[in-house]
Design a protein around this ligand. Structure first.
Ligand SMILES: Cc1cc2nc3c(=O)[nH]c(=O)nc-3n(C[C@H](O)[C@H](O)[C@H](O)COP(=O)(O)O)c2cc1C
Length: 197
């Protein structure tokens, strides 16, 4: 049996890649594509930073601007996550349900972020707002500077966490000896089956 012919081991490895993706900025899984559907029924995909993957609860955590269009597209809705690990030659196509949390419960995640990372949330207009010319969208007084904790405090209102409850993982492994593909679904625990690559 090839090492990639064992369904439970594959599922565990997929979660290992996701956990590493959340913890290691150098992992290609650190910046997956998150896809939603907008109010016109059109697909919308964007790169986001994976902050944490938790196999015990089958959840992923990401951060975003509470004013961004993706928030309404995702909260309580189906979501797709796409990631590819070139060295492992593994593609992960994940589906799940998204949830946006902004209340006190997420204060800790705000405080864990560096002041530099928190600076984005000082942007004056919601992401996607038309601008009269090229601009970072940040107030001029903070441009190119690291904000103090006091300066950054009002930006907390714009900080949101995106939680994805993973319900299915479509795993594809490319190999010269023959590709392999398996689909795992979570219904009262995880179960996997082979599918044609
Ligand atoms: C490498 C990279 C990382 C990004 N990380 C995030 C992120 O963690 N959260 C986020 O909201 N947007 C992130 N973005 C920006 C999004 O791709 C997107 O442009 C922005 O959030 C607006 O998306 P929306 O109009 O669909 O809301 C990232 C972009 C890149 C290229």
């Amino acid at each position: 049996m090839r090492p990639d012919d064992d369904l439970p081991a594959i599922l565990a490895h997929a979660w290992t890649l996701l956990v590493r993706g959340g913890a290691d900025r150098k992992s290609p899984i650190h910046t997956p594509v998150i896809a939603s559907v907008d109010a016109d029924g059109l697909p919308q995909a964007r790169v986001m930073v994976l902050r944490k993957a938790d196999p015990a609860t089958s959840t992923l955590r990401l951060h975003t601007d509470a004013r961004s269009p993706k928030v309404a597209q995702l909260d309580g809705k189906p979501v797709a996550v796409l990631a590819y690990h070139p060295a492992e030659q593994v593609q992960l196509r994940i589906t799940g349900t998204a949830r946006i949390l902004t209340d006190d419960v997420v204060d800790g995640y705000w405080e864990q972020s560096t002041p530099f990372a928190r600076r984005c949330y000082l942007a004056e207009h919601p992401p996607g707002t038309p601008l009269p010319g090229p601009s970072s969208g940040l107030p001029a007084w903070i441009e190119g500077q690291q904000p103090t904790l006091e300066q950054i405090a009002p930006a907390r209102a714009n900080f949101a966490t995106l939680w994805i409850e993973v319900t299915a993982i479509d795993w594809l492994h490319l190999a010269n000896s023959g590709h392999r593909r398996a689909v795992f679904r979570s219904v009262d625990g995880w179960a996997g089956e082979w599918v044609a690559p």
